[in-house]
Write a protein that binds this ligand. Structure first.
Ligand code: ADP
Ligand code: ASP
Ligand code: MG
Length: 810
């Protein structure tokens, strides 16, 4: 014999009940079977809701009854093609009468509440029975309340196993092909209706399987089985084909609602295999639960979560001295029928902390305050504190105990994403490690852990990009082109979750469609950097990265705050790295402290790997002796292109049009941009330097930089055409090339225009190329040379992209 249990969604619609019928039909062809059904999905909640409304004197409970009645009669009619006249009407008039009583007395006892809740299963079982009977199935409906006997713990009654077994076994001989029992409901020895706790239909089924010694227990629901995490929270959750009873117990205890935790024990006691199957995919994959587990499988089998819990904390200096303190605490909670989900106690015994369900908060507070009244008055204990906005996460796996480092990985993963953990517990079974966190972090945390423990998983990265000028556009294009490849080959899902220009911003948690970003942004919300950052914070998505593709001071200002939220920053914007040494150091320290990264490879030589190479040299113990570099692709382009034919001004304009200059070309021409780059290289080499420590030998004629506007600057340059021509001719005659060189040598840093002779590595520099020479302890005789295109939207964008990938891989 088998026992099949169908949950709320499995009986939730006409189509679902038809699927149930066909599953029952095929299961009962060769075997007698027992079937257990839940109330129609959502009905138990509605019954609870209407009864509390009645208790509060709110007449709208009547409308809720009418609505429920209509739902059930409609379903009956649709299934059987005729109206029901008897059971449903009678049951609803009973229900109305009882609720009227509650309404008049404004009192709802737990006994009455159980009676009201029992209506759900009584109705659903009646409908399923009538339909199957009508379909000529040999089926009998038994009222569970006649056979399942409990104590008087209404709302969460305990089965009296002796009485129940006797009654059920007495029934066994007369049971035919299909025996149907409503789940969840039972009664006391005095025939008062009781319920077995929310989700209790699973328990009914497991109990029947135990008593009848069934060969299998099948839990039919709306998912294919037990999964690595709640699929509503973790899109990437996948099915667990085979788990042990213990693992199933831990998973369900910590929130895998698909199985009601108490329902595992009765099956386990008789070694009955439990199957979890999908009513809507009857032939599909499923989960098998047995005694043994597959030792070769992943150590962490699943990640469960309980969304709504509260943390009760009791602390005080004299706790150590209070006799049987923990005993009294747990006795008080137990007498108040508060279920303790998790306990932590520091060995100093200064505080003890228990996680409880949020519905138990008032009861718990009252009970604990009463128990320790004297100690609280004498201030041996601090007031009972309760945090109600908490959740629990638990890693579960039977084999976890054989592996060190899981805890470390779990908390490292959370820490790196700025999720603080309020309490930690590891069961002595070592089958679970649990952490209490703030509820607002729940979804992010469970997804992060899922990513880090199920290696084949896809890692999601959320980018928030400010600045969609030339470089920004190129970057968005490159992501758009690479997305599919990264997903397929590297299991990396890079999403752009937010973008902004100086006027508008647009967010999409699941990733902006990069084919349409410009239109979407156009219709977006008004932009302000502060609201942009607070939105990132609100979204609280894992692996968030802030990408600043502007040259704006205002945006550089927010890095500190962003890093403090454990969000990494990637930017070609040089401002933050070139403010005072103190600010630079602070950003780096903040990044380290909050487990985030601050990457700015594109600050120097666009996409060329200059800073990362430098970092690698330093990390591996090398020392930088000197730096010589041509660091401005812009200036290089200008002096390469200029040959006295067209004016110097027109060359600047064409460079700007090609996207080779800073938004304001004066930053390039003043040499300031080169100074900043040299400063960054020196700082990254480990030197403590400020902007003023770099000497600049200006190469512009007097008055140009003092020009009050960009237009007047251009005018000045035009007026000084002969100056530029003379520079060119002089260099040409000496068979040299003009290069703006940045150098750090013998403790001195300078930037200036130099005439470079043939044979020097700087002589042959095409177009907008950059070149850097590092002389180091290891590269003493021959410098380490990095050379290539050092400006332009595409190469800068690809440098930003490389930083993003570097960050993901770290
Ligand atoms: P039923 O009404 O069939 O008893 P439930 O709603 O009680 O169904 O349980 C099924 C639901 O449990 C699924 O729809 C799923 O959202 C949720 N769930 C939570 N955690 C898990 C998990 N680890 N594996 C599978 N389902 C889970
Ligand atoms: N109908 C009950 C509930 O919603 C029991 C069950 O579905 O298992 O809790
Ligand atoms: Mg359930």
């Amino acid at each position: 014999m088998k026992v099949l249990k169908f949950g709320g969604t499995s009986v939730g619609s006409v189509a679902a009940i038809k699927s149930v019928a066909s599953i029952i039909n095929s299961a009962s062809t060769n075997n007698n079977i027992v079937v257990v059904v839940s109330a129609i999905g959502g009905v138990t909640n509605q019954l609870i809701q209407l009864s509390t409304r009645a208790q509060q004197g709110d007449t709208s409970y009547e409308a809720l009854i009418d609505q429920l009645k209509l739902q059930h009669t409609t379903m009956y009619t649709e299934l059987l093609g005729k109206e029901e006249e008897g059971f449903i009407n009678e049951l609803f008039s009973q229900l109305s009468e009882v609720c009227k009583g509650v309404f008049l007395l404004k009192e709802l006892t737990s006994r009455t509440s159980d009676f009201i809740q029992s209506c759900g299963e009584r109705l659903s079982s009646f409908i399923v029975f009538s339909y199957l009977k009508n379909e000529k199935v040999d089926i009998t409906l038994y009222d569970s309340r006649k056979y399942l006997i409990t104590d008087k713990q209404f709302g969460n009654a305990n089965i009296l196993i002796k009485e129940t077994s006797e009654l059920l076994l007495g029934l066994k001989s007369e049971m035919g092909s299909v025996s149907l029992f409503p789940g969840f409901i039972a009664s006391t020895l005095e025939n008062e209706t009781t319920t077995l706790g929310r989700g209790g239909s699973d328990y009914t089924a497991s109990l029947l399987a135990n008593v009848f010694e069934a060969e299998a227990l099948e839990i039919w629901t709306d998912v294919n089985g037990l999964m690595t995490a709640d699929p509503r929270l973790v899109k990437q959750a996948h099915l667990l084909p085979h788990v042990s009873y213990e693992e199933a117990l831990e998973l369900s205890h910590f929130g895998a609602k698909v199985l009601y935790p108490p329902s595992i024990q009765p099956a386990l006691d008789k070694g009955i295999t439990i199957w979890v199957k999908n009513t809507f995919d009857a032939e599909g994959e499923c989960t098998k639960i047995t005694k043994e587990w597959d030792e070769k499988k992943n150590l962490v089998r699943g990640i469960s979560s309980i969304k709504e819990i509260a943390l009760l904390n009791l602390s005080g200096n004299s706790m150590v001295g209070i006799p049987s303190f923990s005993f009294r605490l747990f006795r008080a909670l137990s007498e108040a029928r508060v279920n303790v989900i998790l306990i932590t106690q520091a060995s100093s015994e200064h505080s003890i902390c228990v996680a409880i369900s949020t519905v138990d908060v008032d009861k718990a507070k009252e009970a604990v305050s009463q128990e320790f009244k004297t100690e609280l008055e004498l201030r041996k204990l601090n007031a009972v504190s309760i945090d109600t906005d908490m959740s629990i996460l638990a890693l579960v796996g039977a084999n976890m105990k054989n592996q060190v480092g899981i805890c470390g990985k779990m908390f490292d993963t959370l820490g790196r994403n700025g999720i603080s953990v309020t309490a930690i517990a590891q069961g002595s079974s070592e089958r679970n490690i649990s952490a209490v966190i703030h509820r607002s972090d729940m979804k992010k945390a469970i997804n992060l852990l899922h990513e880090s423990f199920f290696l084949s998983e896809i890692k999601k990265v959320h980018l928030f990009i400010v600045g969609v000028g030339n470089v920004g556009r190129a970057f968005l294009n490159q992501i758009s082109e690479q997305q599919e490849y990264l997903l397929k080959e590297h299991h990396l899902n890079i999403l752009v979750a937010g973008i902004a220009n100086s006027k508008q911003s647009y967010f999409e948690e699941e990733g902006i469609d990069l084919k349409r970003w410009a239109d979407l942004l156009n219709d977006g919300d008004a932009y302000h950097i502060d609201s942009f950052v607070s939105r990132i914070d609100e979204l609280n998505l894992r692996n968030s990265v802030f990408v600043d593709i502007t040259a704006s001071e205002d945006i550089a200002q927010v890095y500190q705050a962003v890093l403090e939220k454990s969000i990494s920053v990637v930017t070609p914007n040089k401002i933050a790295a070139t403010r005072s040494m103190e600010q630079y150091r602070k950003l780096k320290q903040t990044a380290r402290k909050y487990g985030a990264q601050f990457l700015f490879e594109t600050n120097v030589a666009a996409g060329l790997p200059v800073i990362s190479t430098l970092n690698d040299l330093i990390k591996s113990g090398d020392k930088i002796l000197s730096i010589e570099a041509v660091l401005s692709g812009t200036l290089n382009y200008l002096f390469n292109e200029y040959n006295g034919q067209s004016t110097f001004k027109s060359i600047i304009e064409s460079a700007k049009a090609l996207g080779l200059t800073e938004p304001d070309p004066r930053l390039d021409l003043s040499g300031e941009d080169v100074i900043r780059k040299l400063l960054i290289l020196m700082r990254e080499s480990g030197l403590e330097v400020e902007m003023k420590d770099v000497d600049l030998v200006s190469f512009l004629p007097e008055g140009c930089l003092e020009a009050p506007s960009l237009d007047s600057f251009y005018q000045k340059v035009e007026d000084n055409e002969p100056y530029f021509k003379a520079l060119y001719n002089e260099a040409e005659q000496a068979k040299t090339k003009l290069r703006v060189v940045a150098s750090y040598k013998n403790g001195k840093a300078t930037v200036g225009l130099q005439k470079i002779e043939e044979g020097h590595p700087f002589y042959f520099l095409e177009g907008k190329d950059n070149i850097v020479l590092f002389h180091t302890e290891r590269y003493k005789a021959q410098p380490l040379v990095i050379k290539g295109a050092g400006a332009g939207a595409e190469v800068t964008a690809s440098g930003i992209f490389a930083d993003v990938l570097r960050l993901v891989n770290n």
